[in-house]
Design a protein around this ligand. Structure first.
Ligand code: TZP
Ligand code: MG
Length: 218
């Protein structure tokens, strides 16, 4: 069983999904998130991972700060992996990978909040649905420098295959997506794009997000 969010609402939230942690940022993460929200980001994922990532109280403090910005903007705030943290701060949802706590267990723990699951095959997509996922993240679509343990690049083919095989769950593509590639990801059947570096490493975060949002309209 999925949560209480409707698939239609979920698809809207996935359109321009910014994934962010302190290690991805060239300036203060709060500034990046606030600029992204001004640019029209539709959902934010706090993914505090990799060399130099914050832990403990510092991680909690940053999560609270970013969550407050999202609340002010009325945009959902999702926590990657850390179900404990999500529960503690009352996040709007959790995103888990195939190597994290099982989606079914997370669904039990988070009730109706948003549950996102990474899926790399049609089988994983079906299992995610059975376990109560509200959306799946599919990738890496293109080469990425933002995830050390990324699986092989899939191109847009897997999204297409999932749609051909009857997967109707909301899908967000992730991995190496730039503004010039976003349309291709949506054409393959995704409802939106999840992006780290094309936004966080950009000289103008707000404009980068705006240009993704504009791609989504076409
Ligand atoms: N999962 C698959 S690829 C990826 C994650 C978290 C990293 C995406 O980052 P970028 O910088 O948008 O390629
Ligand atoms: Mg994970």
């Amino acid at each position: 069983m999925s949560g209480s969010i409707s698939p239609e609402q979920m698809r809207q939230y996935l359109r321009m999904y910014l994934v962010i942690g302190s290690v991805n940022c060239r300036e203060k993460p709060l500034c990046v998130v606030e600029e992204a929200l001004r640019g029209g980001a539709t959902m934010i994922q706090f993914r505090e991972k990799g060399p130099g990532a914050l832990t403990g109280e510092a991680k909690l403090a940053l999560a609270l700060e970013l969550q407050a910005a999202c609340r002010r903007a009325g945009v959902p705030f999702i926590v990657n992996d850390d179900v404990e943290l999500a529960a503690r701060i009352g996040a709007d949802g959790v995103h888990v990978g195939q190597d994290d706590e099982s989606a079914a267990a997370v669904r039990k723990r988070i009730g109706n909040r948003i549950l996102g699951v990474s899926a790399h095959t049609v089988k994983e997509a079906r299992t995610a649905l059975a376990h109560g996922a509200d959306y799946i993240g599919v990738g890496p679509i293109y080469p990425t420098l933002s995830k050390d343990d990324a699986r092989p690049v899939q191109g847009t083919r897997m999204i297409q295959e999932m749609r051909e095989q009857g997967i109707k769950l909301p899908i967000v593509g992730i991995g190496g997506i730039t503004t010039s590639r976003a349309a291709e990801v949506v054409r393959a059947g995704a409802d939106g794009v999840a992006v780290i570096s094309a936004v966080t490493q950009s000289d103008n975060v707000r404009e980068a997000v705006q240009s993704f949002v504009n791609q989504m309209v076409q």
